[in-house]
Design a protein around this ligand. Structure first.
Ligand SMILES: Cc1ncc(COP(=O)(O)O)c(C=O)c1O
Length: 324
């Protein structure tokens, strides 16, 4: 995996969530620290920051990619900021060049959340190979899915990889001697055995996703009120999810698709700054308008390698039927 991700090292861990948690622990980020991230992501991203005792500081997204907007990051930095945690949402990388420039200026670590973006490329760099660490998920819905939970931390820093291995095993440096308090973050051997076989197919599976995405884009051009996902020219999008924006009646469209036998999903219907468990952060609706707009309009259509061209056409026809 290290080779595949263009990294010096990759450490198997128990899940994508634990990859984030273990990375934050190994970077010794904790109480009193702040970590900048996006409010429009899977809960586990900010949950990991909270669990180490640090404060998630949210920065709004850019509407075309749904990823953290680098132009808003610098104003969120304080003397407590320790790291930036961009998420490469849906399979498209955040603007890592801009993020790394900010991080270097302020001496911050960068934790890439690559859970949805294995194989994605931005400006010629692979997801997980740019930041201090890159966190992968092998949850079964991911482009490379195990038969259960699994994850990995990629890094270009061999010493940090060693420290991460220590945190993966309760911070143990020699038998029954614990330099740190870590956790049990091991990748299960059975999952590893499945993943090492599936890895051989990953490139072709990603290509199939991209072919389906191109077909969807053709079929959905000119459908009123529907915007197909956009990959910026410098990015290779892997389409872990194929997420359209629906101008209005998104939920009704979802019901219509279900009536047609097509499942769809909303990633994510409630932004993280609006979650009950983060009430102490004192955010309110309206704080991150682009994220909230996205939460109200996104809809993920079926995408996976085995999908047939006819099925893609059927999904698109079902959408056209609803709009008509
Ligand atoms: C953006 C993001 N971060 C983190 C995770 C957590 O990964 P896992 O489910 O393997 O714990 C996920 C998984 O859905 C995710 O989509």
């Amino acid at each position: 995996m290290a080779t595949w991700c263009d990294c010096a090292a990759a450490v198997g861990v128990s899940s994508g969530t634990d990859a984030l948690l273990c990375s934050l622990m190994a970077l010794e980020i904790g109480p009193g620290d702040e970590v900048i991230t996006t409010p429009f992501t899977f809960f586990g991203t900010a949950g990991a920051i909270w669990r180490v005792g640090a404060k998630p500081v949210f920065v709004d997204i850019t509407p075309d990619t749904f990823n953290i907007d680098p132009s808003r990051i610098e104003s969120a930095i304080t003397d407590k900021t320790r790291a930036i945690l961009p998420v490469h949402l849906y399979g498209q990388m955040a603007d890592m060049e801009a993020i790394m420039a900010i991080a270097e200026r302020h001496g911050l670590a960068v934790i890439e959340d690559c859970a949805q973006a294995i194989g994605a490329v931005g400006k010629g760099r692979k997801a997980g190979s740019v930041g201090t660490v890159g966190c992968l998920s092998f949850y079964p819905t991911k482009a490379l899915g195990a038969m259960g939970d699994g994850g990995m931390i990629a890094t270009g820093d061999a010493a940090l990889a060693e420290k991460i291995c220590t945190f993966r095993l309760h911070g143990e440096t020699e038998k029954y001697h614990h330099k740190y308090v870590g956790g049990n973050f091991r990748l299960d051997s059975v999952q590893a055995a499945v993943l090492i076989i599936k890895l051989r197919h990953l490139d072709s599976w990603i290509q199939r996703r991209q072919t389906h995405a191109a077909r969807y884009a053709e079929w959905l051009t000119d459908v009123d009120g529907v915007v197909a996902p956009i990959a910026r020219p410098e990015n290779v999008h892997t389409f872990n999810y194929y997420v359209i924006r629906v101008r209005d009646r998104r939920n009704e469209m979802m019901t219509h698709l279900a009536d047609c036998g097509v499942s769809s999903a909303i990633y994510y219907s409630l932004c993280l700054h609006q979650q009950e468990c983060f009430a102490a952060l004192n955010h309110a609706a309206g704080d991150f308008p682009e994220s909230e707009r996205a939460a109200d309009g996104v809809l993920a259509l079926p995408i996976y390698p085995e999908l047939s061209e006819e099925q893609v056409a059927y999904v698109a026809e079902s959408i056209k039927g609803f709009v008509a």
